[in-house]
Design a binder for this molecule. Structure first.
Ligand code: HEM
Length: 441
């Protein structure tokens, strides 16, 4: 079967999907098996890969038919605002995500080299700095929305510093990216435009004056990326680093504060933050459905015919949670997962992503050790959109702490690497993060 009919396609948008995506995946699985027709916005179709083995088959490209070039798909898109809004996330760009073969390897090396220049302990110091400055804003009040006040602020503030951009710009960046990920008609299109503007200004500033930052390393990498290639990779890195990072942090906190196994861990170490993070990557991955893939020739795949130009999305969320005959306690893999992808396009930033999330959450729970949700977890609202699993709000209460109280607090525990700890967050010293460039030795 191919995507010419859609009466029974799973709808990956709207309140029903946001409330309980697993119910939609289960219905799709029951009706179609490993690959199911889906609608990611009104009138925009995709094949959704929901079986674990099928996901691995696409991601590792064992059959050699899978390609990333989205242009043939784009040419067939209906001329509607809903379809246009999908282009921000899925439209072809000159970057690693949409490249294959040698072109992909060239881009991937630049990313690996430049991310490899960030020293983990420096990144940790930076996240501590950013986390404490955010916690200081609400610690004395006894309540917070940890999605908006904390999780969604962390990645962009961290990347702002890593890229060498003033903190004052982070709010504009947060709203542009949130709009873009919402992928909802005009809002999505507006977000895409604002995001492009932000990155354009960043590039212009760094070509004019290099710093010790990711942007400058991209520009100076011996692979010799063109200005357009640098621009497109910064767009990708900020987009890829923001929404999945923010949701990984808030989804993990929401589990830790509503599940006794983790609640206990805050005081007696039953299960760690790292355990919680891996559980989220497996059971509720923040990048729920993505990894756009296409076939280079008509292909019969797990019972479905797929034609060139048809969009295939991998449902990391559905693949990870596919019912399995082997009971959990007998599985030696602890529950295999593809929450960071697999194969050549597997997330190249898994280690920094886990480090950022773990440091931020541990900072939060070490300062505010009695966090609890103000509503049961089942009543939390999730943001709409086909690609992410992302909490709209994460309302918590806790015993307030004050700047003048004894013991460690986000005020007293300012990290030695902080330059000036007042808000807005201070800029780093120029040599803060870098190890030496692999291409300079
Ligand atoms: C530090 C933050 C992050 C950065 C900079 C980042 C960057 C990237 C980049 C550049 C790619 C494309 C790689 C390629 O095509 O070769 C990618 C892929 C991917 N990332 Fe990340 N990422 C980050 C965090 C995350 C998080 C937190 C998740 C989810 C838990 C995630 C999930 C994925 C997945 C599933 C893919 C594979 C896409 C595919 O199959 O084509 N990433 N990431």
């Amino acid at each position: 079967m191919t995507l010419r009919y859609l009466p029974d396609a799973g709808k990956l948008y709207g309140p029903e999907f946001a409330r309980d995506p697993q119910a939609i995946y289960a219905a799709m699985r029951a009706q179609h098996g490993a690959v199911a027709p889906a609608e990611i916005a009104p009138g925009v179709e995709a094949h959704l890969v929901i079986g674990y083995q099928a996901a691995i088959d696409v991601l590792t490209n064992a059959a050699g038919v899978w390609i990333k070039d989205a242009r043939a798909w784009q040419a067939r898109l209906p001329d509607t605002p809903e379809a246009a809004a999908m282009v921000g996330m899925l439209g072809y760009r000159v970057n690693v995500l949409f490249a294959d073969g040698a072109e992909h390897a060239r881009y991937r090396k630049v990313i690996a080299d430049c991310f490899g220049m960030i020293q983990p302990h420096k990144l940790r110091d930076l996240v501590i700095d950013v986390s404490d400055s955010l916690i200081r804003r609400f610690a004395a009040t006894g309540s917070a929305d940890l999605a908006g006040d904390f999780a969604r602020q962390i990645p962009l503030r961290v990347f702002n510093r890593l890229l060498g951009r003033p903190d004052a710009d982070s709010s504009a960046l947060i709203s542009a990216l949130s709009d873009m990920m919402e992928a909802d008609g005009d809002v999505g299109a507006r977000g895409t435009e604002a995001y492009g503007r932000y990155i354009g200004e960043l590039i212009e500033a760094k070509y004019a004056a290099r710093g010790d930052d990711l942007t400058s390393w991209f520009i100076d990498h011996p692979a010799g990326l063109s200005p357009e290639e640098v621009l497109q990779h910064l767009i990708l890195i900020l987009g890829a680093g923001f929404e999945p990072m923010a949701s990984l942090i808030s989804n993990t906190i929401s589990r830790m504060v509503s599940d006794d196994r983790y609640y206990n861990s805050l005081s007696n170490g039953a299960l760690s933050t790292y355990d919680a993070l891996l559980e989220v990557v497996r059971a509720e991955p923040s990048m729920a459905n993505y990894g756009p893939y296409f076939v280079s020739r008509p292909t019969e795949f797990h019972g479905t015919w797929i034609q060139p130009g048809e969009l295939v999305l991998v449902s990391y969320a559905a693949a990870n949670t596919e019912p399995c005959d082997v009971p959990e306690e007998l599985r030696s893999d602890g529950g295999a997962y593809v929450g960071f992808g697999a194969g050549p396009h597997r997330c190249p930033a898994t280690d920094p992503a886990l480090l950022i999330a773990m440091t931020a959450i541990e900072r939060l729970t070490s300062h505010l050790s009695d966090l609890e949700l103000t509503v049961p977890r089942e009543e939390l609202a999730w943001r709409p959109g086909p690609f992410h699993r992302s909490l709209a709000h994460l309302p918590v209460r806790f015993t307030p702490i004050r700047p003048d109280q004894p013991g460690e607090s986000p005020w007293s525990a300012q990290h030695p690497s902080s330059s000036t700890p007042s808000d807005p967050i201070s800029q780093p010293k120029s040599d803060d993060y870098a190890t030496s460039a692999p291409w300079s030795s």
